[in-house]
Design a protein around this ligand. Structure first.
Ligand code: FES
Length: 92
């Protein structure tokens, strides 16, 4: 049994620990790079579940501290909001 292959890091986009580690070993050492290749962090939760796991894995494999890993770019809306809330603002 390949543990890395069975561990899902990004549930929304079905990205495994094995895929993340392979990319880091190939030199992709930012969350944005990994996101562009795998779509990890682009799912419905917008990375709230997987972002910290990816950062921690980059830090671990590169020997850096977590604080040294650049945060990914965020696009609004930062938090999920209901479409009705957006539609209401049109009336105002
Ligand atoms: S778990 Fe990665 S985007 Fe939701």
């Amino acid at each position: 049994m390949n543990k890395e292959k069975d561990v899902i890091i990004c549930r929304c986009e079905d990205v495994t620990l094995e895929e993340i580690r392979e990319l880091i070993k190939r030199g992709y050492t930012t969350v944005d790079e990994i996101k562009r290749i795998t779509r990890a962090g682009m799912g419905p939760c917008q990375g709230r579940t997987c972002r910290d796991l990816i950062i921690r894995e980059i830090a671990r494999l590169t020997g850096k501290r977590v604080e040294e890993i650049p945060m990914p770019t965020f696009r609004p809306p930062i938090k999920p909001i209901k479409l009705g809330v957006l539609a209401e603002s049109e009336d105002d």
